[in-house]
Write a new protein. Structure first.
Length: 293
């Protein structure tokens, strides 16, 4: 029986906003291997209009059914590429018609082509350099696809900060150019240059779970905070607070991906890859920005 047919076999009389309805929709959309998801057919099977299904899905999952299905395909593709499946075979395994469709999917969501992701940067050149920030010297690493790393370098630890970022892309080439990263540093650390219509393009590499955690961090507003447990619950894994903590600790793009806004369940400031003193400084700086608006 097809996934869509199994949806159509649900017991009648379900209200459009019940958990049973949304769970069956998620079950159908969570099966990778189809390029064009039949949203209209799914809505009909659930005795809903397509608009009702989209609105319901947005309320429950925060994104459209199409975006959810694309995320499922992308996560599956990431896994296959990490297991060294070829780009062509991965394309067909996740149900896409051509490698160009997989390329578009990766560039849209991960900002790098699938081949670069699979090769951990082989053939890719990173421009990196040191720049000033309100929180000390920063190391910024960029490619033509976007910012791939931001770290803070304490005096005498500059090489460690660079090596920590470069280890994520072990097969790439690196070229230092402090002048080239200066404009990006200004965009990132100068609030007067923040422009929501021109977001900083990010390139993130990590496990599926790590990337999901980092994407969740991006939703924490300036001046706000979230606990590890709350993030775990938002990902549907309420018992995974420790795993969330490990993923937060591996965030390669400090400040922009705001791992500094994650706190303990009792409200205390917990570990920070770049030091608790710096974490307190960043949170205090952001609190001042919010109060001054």
């Amino acid at each position: 029986m097809s996934a869509l047919a199994s949806v159509a076999a649900f017991e009648p009389g379900l209200q459009p906003d019940t958990y049973g309805t949304i769970s069956k929709a998620i079950e159908y959309l969570s099966v990778p291997g189809r390029e064009d998801v039949d949203i209209a057919g799914l809505a009909h099977a659930l005795s809903m209009s397509e608009r009702q299904l989209v609105d319901l899905f947005r309320r429950w999952c925060g994104l459209t059914p199409k975006s959810f299905a694309q995320a499922v395909a992308l996560n599956h593709a990431r896994k296959l590429l990490r297991e060294n499946m070829s780009v062509l075979d991965t394309t067909y395994e996740v149900g896409l018609s051509a490698p160009s469709r997989l390329h578009d999917l990766f560039v849209t969501y991960d900002a790098v082509p699938p081949g670069v992701y699979r090769a951990k940067g082989e053939g890719l050149e990173f421009t990196w350099g040191y720049a000033s920030s309100p929180f000390g010297r920063a190391v910024i690493m960029m490619t033509q696809y976007g910012v791939a790393g931001i770290s803070f370098a304490d005096p005498g630890r500059e090489d460690f900060a660079f090596d920590d970022l470069a280890s994520r892309w072990p097969n790439a080439r690196y070229r230092r150019d402090d002048a080239a990263v200066a404009p990006m540093a200004a965009r990132i650390f100068d609030p007067d240059r923040w422009d929501p219509t021109r977001p900083v393009r990010l390139v993130m590499i990590g496990s599926d779970f790590e990337v999901k955690v980092w994407e969740t961090l991006l939703k924490i507003p300036t001046g706000g905070a979230a606990t590890y447990g709350a993030i775990a619950k938002s990902l549907g894994r309420p018992s995974a607070a420790r795993a969330v903590g490990r993923a937060v600790g591996r965030n390669p793009i400090s400040f922009v991906v705001p791992c500094h806004r994650v706190i303990g369940s009792d409200g205390t400031l917990t570990g920070y890859h770049w030091g608790l003193v710096r974490k307190r400084a960043i949170m205090g700086w952001e609190a001042g920005l919010v109060s001054g608006r």
